[in-house]
Ligand binder design. Structure first.
Ligand code: HEC
Length: 166
């Protein structure tokens, strides 16, 4: 091999190493990109099954005796009010589910479709943007917030689910 050929070969090998490094860097960057995307990995029904049904039950009936309010007949009136929508995004079980904004919007829309879908006036669907905006609002005491909210609802003739807290 000529000297020129040797230099060219070394240069090519160097380029290959650089190429492999760039590929590894790109591969390393990929999971991070995925995490920051609000893409849905589960269907809304699967999200409900995984994140909510353990407490609220597959039928949405909850367990009123154990302090888990039922959805049928009650979740619609709550979600038809702006204050109710704010409350729903701050319920401890919802916060603890740790879902992306788009996932929470999707699972809430599943809950609404299942248990308020046949209401005379079904609630507006949630969007990821609305969920993000509502989540950013601070509620100091969510129990006190619900107490005030349902007092208004009851005064205006809306049905409200039994709740364990006074
Ligand atoms: C660990 C049990 C648990 C899980 C999991 C859970 N919740 Fe709840 N949820 C409750 C309890 C208990 C309440 C009553 C309020 C409270 O004490 O947090 C409640 C209340 C609610 C309410 C308000 C109902 C009302 O009438 O005030 C909504 C809406 C709700 N949950 C939605 C969800 C959704 C959606 C999920 C899944 C992303 C979920 N919850 C997961 C236990 C749970």
């Amino acid at each position: 091999m000529t000297l020129g050929g040797r230099i060219l070969g070394a240069g090519l090998a160097g380029l290959m190493v650089l190429g492999a490094w760039a590929a590894m860097a790109a591969a390393g960057a990929r999971p991070e990109t995925r995490e920051t995307q609000a893409s849905l990995t589960f269907t809304p029904a699967a999200l409900y099954a995984l994140k909510c049904s353990g407490c609220h039950s597959p039928s949405g009936a909850g367990a009123p005796a154990s302090g888990i309010p039922p959805f049928p007949g009650f979740i619609g009136p709550l979600a038809r009010r702006d204050e109710g929508r704010l409350y729903i995004t701050h319920v401890p079980g919802v916060r603890a589910a740790n879902l992306a904004d788009a996932e929470l919007a999707a699972v809430l829309n599943y809950v609404m479709a299942e248990w308020a879908g046949t209401d005379a006036e079904p609630p507006e669907p949630f969007t990821a943007e609305e969920v993000a905006r509502l989540r950013a609002v601070e509620i100091e005491n969510v129990v006190a917030y619900r107490r005030t909210l349902v007092a208004t609802m009851a005064a205006e003739g809306d049905p409200v689910a039994d709740y364990p807290w006074p």
